[in-house]
Each structure stands twice: as C-alpha cells, then as structure tokens.
Design a protein around this ligand. Structure first.
Ligand SMILES: [Zn+2]
Length: 45
C-alpha cells in the first residue's frame, strides 16, 4: 500500500490497520498525517 500524498510505502499492520490513516478511503502515511494540514488532505480525490 502506498501513501496517496507522498507515495511512500505504508506498512499494513493488520488487515484494516495501516501505519497511517485513511482519508476519504485513500491511504495517508503517518508522516503526511502529521505534516499536512487538513486542507491539503482534503484535496485527495
Ligand atoms: Zn505520505
């Protein structure tokens, strides 16, 4: 699985649990989760 913002690989911890989060059903790594404001993340389509 890849981050939809930076393209970094996201580790899948268990089936539905990743080292990051899902925003609008897109995977976002924990780095981007910290780094990006919600505004930026809202741009994911
Ligand atoms: Zn990322």
């Amino acid at each position: 699985m890849k981050c939809n913002l930076c393209g970094e690989k996201i580790e899948v911890v268990v089936l539905d649990k990743i080292n990051g989060t899902y925003i609008k059903k897109k995977a976002v790594c924990s780095n981007c989760q910290r780094k990006h404001k919600e505004k930026l993340i809202e741009q994911i389509k």
